[in-house]
Design a binder for this molecule. Structure first.
Ligand code: PEP
Ligand code: MN
Length: 327
């Protein structure tokens, strides 16, 4: 549980109370506030000293205003829509640099690309690994766009530390608690996908692992869930995007590519996500999608991205200009 002291003086007294109890605790700073992360049976907290946070660190009970996450020169959760675009997987230096330059020119402000790929079959292309991360860094240096890339194993982090600006935790690892705790121990921003079989509450529980480790730079990325519906690869529920933005102060991103599973559905789903309140999109784009080494059916062409970027940005302007919701 989380205990929030009422004042700096109470912080010391609370520390004494916790030290005298049987529970283990740590004191972290999050968004300029001091909180105690307590594991095990909590002690009684005198009401004048602080309070027990019921909703969690990702909730608006803890922080009312929207959180903004800085990733290099980009701010996620602010007034402008962030579009991270790039291939599903980094396949070669040429492929990546071509795509990075093209998406930049057409309106992307971040680069995505998988170097370590979580594939269903061990015989499928697994990504270029550390070499892929180096290509991402080079593409970032050339285009000026910060990079997001998926990490599968904390043991690989040394390769990510100086190449990647934001760690992606993918759907399959959304409840990999060792990986979440590791991400919480770093300062690098994290793009946290929802597990395809998880509820919003479970997804926010995953965010809590990162936040309670002291890493406040978390962005939620909705990528749809598994359902009985076969018309799309995964079911993208815009209600979950809206709800995430209501209950949580964290920025909400959406990935329209994986739920679409088909090129022609990506732009409509991206528009739906922006209408539902997403302030960031992560989109798979390829210069030759038919020959892509992973997710060939859903990666959109450069021309399709051109149109998508224009349309989602004009919709976002419209959304921004409406009367704001009060939560
Ligand atoms: C990805 O974005 O590369 C990816 C594998 O997505 P997800 O984890 O959402 O399936
Ligand atoms: Mn993919």
């Amino acid at each position: 549980m989380i205990i929030v002291p009422n004042s700096i003086e109470n912080e010391e007294e609370l520390k004494d109370i916790l030290n005298g109890s049987s529970s283990s605790f740590r004191n972290i700073r999050l968004y300029d506030r001091s909180v105690f992360v307590v594991e095990g049976a909590p002690p009684e907290v005198p009401a004048n000293m602080g309070y027990v946070l019921r909703g969690g660190l990702s909730s608006r009970e803890f922080k009312k205003n929207n959180t903004r996450v800085k990733v290099g020169n980009v701010e996620i959760g602010g007034s402008s829509l962030v579009i991270a675009a790039g291939p599903c997987a980094v396949e070669s230096r040429d492929q990546l640099i071509t795509i990075a330059q093209e998406v930049r020119r057409r309106g992307a402000n971040m680069l995505r690309g998988g170097a370590f790929k979580p594939r269903t079959s061990p015989y499928s292309f697994q990504g270029l690994g550390f070499q892929g991360l180096k290509y991402l860094k080079e593409a970032s240096d050339i285009t000026g766009m910060p990079v997001v890339s998926e990490i599968l194993d904390p043991a690989d982090y040394t390769g990510f530390a100086d190449t990647v600006d934001m760690l992606q935790i993918g759907s399959r690892n959304s409840q990999n608690f060792a990986l979440l705790k590791f991400a919480g121990s770093q300062e690098k921003p994290v793009l946290l996908k929802n597990g395809m079989g998880n509820s919003l509450g479970e997804w926010l529980g995953s965010a809590e692992y990162i936040l309670s480790g002291g890493n406040q730079n978390v962005v939620l990325c909705y990528r749809g869930i598994r359902s009985f519906e076969t018309a799309t690869r995964f079911t993208m529920d815009s209600g979950t995007i809206v709800s995430a933005g209501i209950v949580s102060h964290l920025p909400v991103c959406a990935d329209p590519s994986h739920p679409a599973g088909r090129r022609d559905l990506v732009e409509p789903l991206a528009l739906a996500a922006v209408a539902a309140g997403a302030t960031m999109l992560e989109v798979e784009v390829h210069n030759d999608p038919d020959h892509a080494l992973s997710d060939a059916e859903q990666q959109i062409t450069l021309e399709q991205f051109d149109r998508l970027a224009k349309n989602v940005r004009s919709l976002h302007e419209l959304i921004n200009s409406r009367v704001p919701a009060t939560f």
